[in-house]
Design a protein around this ligand. Structure first.
Ligand code: TXA
Ligand code: MG
Length: 317
């Protein structure tokens, strides 16, 4: 792959108009959202989307989330049923991605949906993302701004570490407050959780007035992105570790003695915000065997455990 110059854009009007111009030319620009940094391209430009897949080393069948400025803007791309509209009104802008039928006249590159007839879409709750969407004035397709299979970035420096020389620019907007990706929900044929994430599933179930089906249940849709070792750090990962074996580095949670602790006070929100940075730090430490303290499986704990389980999945290469 050719080496490109990676510019840094300031998150002010001047920087964002430069970043928007790069997007308009089919460039790749990383930007902060409330969840994680996204690697953005013009969702209507297939050449740009193809470059994005190449830059991420992402399998071509793994579709992307499109980011838009508002529910109104989203209506141009997908068909909202009543449940979807109620969820959008309740949680947008925010860490909720809705998978909905793609409109025939949407003009979205088929590479974005990987040929599916549905589109994943959300309105991010971050001032810099909102200002970039306003400056660009179009749909931005953006996966997390990490090489495929690696940890999602929650700081501009995480993006720069892996993507310098590969992408056209990075808007530095500080740390991402939520720290894990959006929760993904499909509403058809019934409300289904496709990926646990920054918005607790319980809040969504409350809003729709019924429990969510889980991806993989009978007649529930599945998310093609649920690759087993998608969130892999370089070391092996052992979950629910109450003792540490020789050679292991402990990633702690709660009141344990550990070189890295997701939340000494046992706060799941704090733990989610620190999770990916901790995995980056473990990689930087060269940790070959990682043990993780037990983490409760409710609220954001479900998203954290989901990601750690993937990290723990057996893999080759
Ligand atoms: O918080 C987030 O969601 C971040 C920020 C940047 O918005 N984005 C993100 O994108 O996590 P990515 O590409 O890393 O994950 C997108 C997930 C994948 O698991 C993909 O398979 C799923 O969304 N997805 C996309 N389109 C889909 C569709 N039409 N049906 C089912 N799943 C879909
Ligand atoms: Mg990702």
């Amino acid at each position: 792959m050719t080496v490109v110059t990676t510019r840094t854009f300031t998150p002010d009007a001047a920087g964002l108009s430069q970043a928007a111009a790069v997007l308009g030319d089919g460039g790749l620009v990383a930007f902060p959202t409330e969840t994680v940094y996204g690697l953005g391209v013009d969702a209507r430009n297939s050449d740009a989307v193809a470059r994005l897949y190449a830059a991420k080393g992402r399998p071509g069948f793994n579709p992307l989330i499109v980011h838009v400025a508002s529910l109104d803007a989203a209506e141009a791309y997908v068909e909202f049923d009543d449940t979807a509209r109620a969820l959008a009104q309740a949680f947008w802008p925010g860490a909720l991605t809705l998978v909905l039928p793609l409109r025939a006249d949407a003009g979205i590159s088929p590479l974005v949906t990987a040929g599916l007839d549905t589109l994943a879409i959300r309105v991010p709750d971050h001032g810099v993302a909102a200002a970039l969407l306003a400056a660009f004035d179009g749909p931005i397709a953006a996966p997390s701004a990490n090489p495929s299979g690696q940890v999602s970035p929650t700081k501009a420096a995480h993006v720069a570490d892996h993507m310098t020389g590969i992408i056209d620019g990075i808007v530095d907007g500080g740390d991402c407050p939520v720290g894990v990706e959006s929760t993904i929900v499909a509403t058809q044929p019934r409300p289904t959780l496709l990926r646990a994430g920054g918005l607790p599933a319980e809040a969504i179930a409350n809003a729709v007035g019924q429990d969510l089906a889980m991806a993989g249940d009978a007649d529930a849709p599945t998310s093609p992105g649920q690759l087993a070792s998608h969130y892999a750090p370089k070391g092996t990962v052992r979950l629910n570790a109450v003792d540490i074996n020789e050679g292991e580095v402990l990633l702690g949670f709660g009141a344990v003695d550990a070189p890295l602790n997701l939340s000494p006070s046992g706060d799941l929100v704090e733990a989610a915000a620190r999770l990916f940075d901790a995995l980056h730090q473990l990689n930087a430490m060269g940790a070959a065997q990682i043990a993780v303290s037990p983490i409760p499986d409710h609220g954001l704990g479900a998203a954290i455990n989901d990601r750690l389980r993937r990290a723990a999945a057996p893999r080759s290469g």
